[in-house]
Design a protein around this ligand. Structure first.
Ligand SMILES: *[C@@H]1O[C@H](CO)[C@@H](O)[C@H](O)[C@H]1NC(C)=O
Ligand SMILES: *[C@@H]1O[C@H](CO)[C@@H](O)[C@H](O)[C@H]1NC(C)=O
Ligand SMILES: *[C@@H]1O[C@H](CO)[C@@H](O)[C@H](O)[C@H]1NC(C)=O
Ligand SMILES: *[C@@H]1O[C@H](CO)[C@@H](O)[C@H](O)[C@H]1NC(C)=O
Ligand SMILES: [Zn+2]
Length: 326
């Protein structure tokens, strides 16, 4: 996805692609808090990083890699263009039809999950696969990363509290930054992101998100590439629905040239928050499945519909089956 807005250089990479620094780091640092001990060991070994922010440190890597000559093949992996009617008329992801030959985020999650599982690959290839998976499970949770209109609303010029940007970039960066009290062009670090991740963890462990965790994970399955792509399609569909329900509910062009830092921002906040929380939990459970064969959230599901019985609304693919995932 492209962006032509003029932004401070340090921000450019983050703004043009996806959640900016804050979003991606927060998702990664939130996920870290739910990794099983064996997963932590495997991941730290693969990354050769035992610092306390080992996943936060690589969360943005894919956004710089895509601009290098060797990484240019991955530019199309950061989003999927839902070929729906212009929102808000209809929002839907149809896979694989919506994924062009150059790839998309759904296919990329499947491919790099398979590669991460594949112990016959060289370590550097598995390390790269891990860095992609961490980043793309973030990207797919950003509603405008699943929207075709205007290349994900990159062509809609907006102002955010007087700062000129576009609707896509505002969801990536200006809105999340404002939620933790920073201006759109602030330089964010792991420390800032960790603060947000900790707040989200509290809301997940004991607060408003606790009851939602089972539903966030109901499509987790690593049985084969098809199942992985199926899960990622569900995640993309959820994000895409937020485009019709809120992000572009007035029709895309209605936002062009408007200031969105007031009422629109207030309505976007809860969507951004739950998207980040959900992506962090999904990432942790996905990595736990890859490295330890279980999501690590099994007990969170007890008593929830479709869980704990070995079958349910996801037709037996629920995360309580400990077999066949490696
Ligand atoms: C791992 O990191 C250490 C210190 O950062 C470095 O000295 C070492 O060469 C690295 N090992 C590999 C295999 O990259
Ligand atoms: C999977 O990833 C590898 C390594 O980046 C790449 O060479 C290959 O083309 C990818 N496959 C698909 C189907 O995207
Ligand atoms: C943005 O792009 C879409 C096509 O995807 C087009 O219909 C729309 O008019 C464009 N809006 C602006 C403001 O350029
Ligand atoms: C979108 O808004 C910008 C900024 O107000 C304006 O320059 C541009 O002409 C608008 N585009 C369309 C297609 O209305
Ligand atoms: Zn990205």
């Amino acid at each position: 996805m492209k962006s032509t807005v003029i932004l401070p250089l340090a921000l450019l990479a983050g703004c043009a692609n996806a959640w900016g620094t804050l979003g991606h780091q927060s998702i990664a640092l939130l996920a870290q808090q739910y990794l099983l001990p064996g997963t932590i060991e495997s991941v730290q070994t693969l990354l050769n990083d035992t610092t306390t922010t080992y996943l936060g440190n690589i969360a943005l890597w894919a956004d710089s890699f895509r601009y290098t000559p060797e990484g240019s093949f991955s530019g199309g992996y950061h989003f999927v263009n839902g070929h729906d009617a212009p929102p808000p008329e209809s929002c839907e992801i149809i896979y694989p039809e919506d994924c062009p030959p150059e790839g998309c985020v759904i296919k990329a999650i499947g491919n790099y999950t398979e590669r991460l599982k594949d112990h016959t690959l060289p370590v550097d290839q598995r390390q790269q696969a891990l860095k992609f998976v961490v980043h793309f499970i973030g990207d797919i949770s950003q509603p405008l990363h699943t929207e075709a209109f205007g290349a994900g609303a990159n062509n809609l010029t907006v102002w955010f509290q007087g700062y000129k940007t576009n609707l896509h970039a505002a969801w990536d960066t200006a809105i999340p930054n404002a939620m933790i009290g920073f201006p759109p062009n602030a330089k964010i670090g792991n420390g800032d992101s960790l603060g947000w991740a900790n707040n989200l963890a509290a809301a997940i462990n004991a607060g408003k998100y606790k009851k939602l965790v089972w539903a966030w994970l109901k499509d987790h399955s690593l049985r084969n590439l098809k199942e992985e792509e199926k899960a990622a399609t569900v995640w993309a569909q959820e994000s895409n629905e937020e485009v019709c329900d809120y992000a572009m509910v007035k029709g895309g062009n209605a936002y062009n040239g408007t200031e969105i830092g007031g009422a629109y921002y207030e309505g976007a906040k809860p969507i951004v928050e739950v998207s980040i929380a959900k992506a962090g939990i999904r990432l942790a459970a996905w990595l736990n499945l890859i490295f330890e064969g279980q999501t690590g959230f099994e007990v969170w599901s007890i008593g929830q519909p479709g869980q704990g019985q070995g079958k349910g609304e996801n037709k037996g693919n629920n995360n309580n089956k400990g077999e066949g995932w490696h």
